[in-house]
Write a protein that binds this ligand. Structure first.
Ligand SMILES: Cc1ncc(COP(=O)(O)O)c(C=O)c1O
Length: 445
């Protein structure tokens, strides 16, 4: 309970919560507790203001404490707090799906609701297999992911993902029949590229090699993040995604874009697929869908996929898949209000108008101690630091801590510092994030 924890928690009070993706013992010895949020800022339990440089966890795209979302959620809780979506429906679920279909990439206008990015990924993988089976290609069950990919923590998403620490202790529990493309991070060729790197489109040709190895007739889908976030911001080289699309088309393999972090305006268009002009067959989303206010995810499926599954007797369930909280009414209300805010304030495209200012700001960190690379796209930025010999990640963690002490929240993955602020950010806040990170870099040995 925050009341108990604030302002100086006794360590004993922190024991019961097994924190996710956290160094529990280190954190509990020296906790960082956020107690309140509004606009671009958090306030700690001690009352210290912290500028949010990561939109919570890449999700609070419209900034914190949006009254419109709070009111919509409150109203929905007062009207109908829950209704099932299995063999029943409620109006705002359909309204939300229709609204999402209007901003979707061309053809991806059939929407399946989940509660998180991980569930969206596992749902998309299952839909891909079901689609091929419905077309008489039930042997197409393999998936191709990519090194450094992050697709959440379900068994499906973990298996197609390519972050070693997320996988290594679960080795024998992985989905069978998964292979991985090489990642596209190449500091030697592309360090300090502004926006998309020039070098590396040919890395997509590795897909041809994997297809030759496994045979296209066994492969259901390729899944990639258009921009990988969790692994420390890995950008697609110019032409890379188009080439993946062409190869998938040639071999009748579905292409899945995981847009859990790139969706809802992060890259200056509603989705990265539109920014890069490459349309996948399935697209996974979550996070910005509800501005982080209520958990929700959505899989956007191409109409051809939906139609091919609408077979058999009309009283038969076409896809044996779904969650108790799929299309939860309160989440639907939050998402509708969020989309309204995004539309009214132009937030689905605002990152495009800030992109060059952001790019110049983050690239001003070039030349500071330990900086090996700076990467940016839309309102995403990353600074990669040289790891300390034998102690990878320690420098990154210290820089993250130093920023937090100085009143700016960034995200650390290993020795990479990532930034993805709310899309309402103003120039003075961009300057403050970068000045603070610069000061932290100068301070850190
Ligand atoms: C690309 C991508 N996919 C999936 C996920 C998993 O989402 P969740 O944590 O909501 O399950 C994330 C989370 O960061 C992500 O970045």
């Amino acid at each position: 309970m925050n009341a108990k924890l604030s302002p100086a928690p006794a360590n004993g009070d922190l024991d019961a919560f097994w924190m996710p993706f956290t160094a529990n013992r280190q954190f509990k010895a020296n906790p960082r507790l956020l107690a309140r949020a509004e606009g671009m800022y958090y306030w700690t339990a001690e009352g210290r203001e912290v500028l949010d440089g990561v939109a919570g966890l890449w999700c609070v795209n419209a900034g914190h404490g949006r009254r419109e979302i709070t009111e919509a959620v409150t109203k929905q809780l007062g009207t109908m707090e829950y209704a099932p979506a299995f063999q029943m429906g409620h109006p705002i679920a359909f309204e939300l799906a229709n609204r999402l279909a209007k901003i979707a990439p061309p053809g991806l206008d059939r929407i399946f609701f989940t509660n998180s990015g991980s569930e969206s990924v596992d749902t998309a993988l299952k839909i891909a297999v079901a689609y091929h089976r419905a077309r008489g290609a039930g042997q197409r069950t393999r998936f191709i992911g990519r090194e450094k990919g992050y697709h959440g923590v379900g068994f499906g998403g973990m298996s197609v993902g390519g972050m070693v620490n997320n996988r290594k202790i679960f080795g024998s529990s992985m989905l069978p029949g998964v292979d991985h493309l090489p990642h596209t991070l190449d500091i030697e060729h592309n360090a300090f590229s502004r926006a998309l790197p020039q070098w590396g489109a040919h890395l997509a040709n590795e897909l041809e090699r994997l297809i030759a190895l496994h045979d296209a007739s066994t492969i259901a889908a390729v899944i990639v993040e258009p921009i990988a976030g969790s692994a420390g911001v890995v950008l697609p080289p110019i032409g890379y995604l188009k080439r993946l699309r062409e190869i998938c088309d040639r071999h009748d393999i579905l292409l899945i874009f995981d847009e859990v972090i790139t969706g809802f305006g992060r890259v200056g268009k509603p989705f990265a697929s539109q920014a890069f002009d490459v349309t996948p067959d399935l697209m996974t989303t979550a996070k910005g869908l509800t501005n982080g206010a209520i958990p929700m995810g959505a899989v956007f499926a191409h109409r051809k996929i939906y139609d091919s599954l609408m077979q058999g007797p009309e009283n038969a369930i076409e896809l044996f898949h779904g969650y108790t909280y799929s299309a939860h009414p309160v989440a639907c209300a939050a998402a509708l209000a969020t989309l309204e805010v995004y539309t009214k304030e132009g937030l689905l495209t605002r990152a495009a108008s800030l992109a060059s200012e952001w790019e110049n700001a983050v690239h001003s960190l070039r030349g500071l101690p330990h900086v090996l690379d700076v990467r940016n796209y839309g309102l995403i930025g990353a600074v990669e630091l040289e790891p300390r010999a034998g102690k990878p990640g320690t420098r990154g963690f210290e820089v993250f801590l130093e920023c937090f002490e100085r009143g700016v929240m960034v995200r650390q993955t290993g020795d990479t510092i990532a930034m993805s602020p709310p899309l309402i950010i103003e120039s003075k806040q961009i300057a403050r994030i970068v000045e603070t990170l610069g000061a932290a870099l100068r301070q850190t040995a």
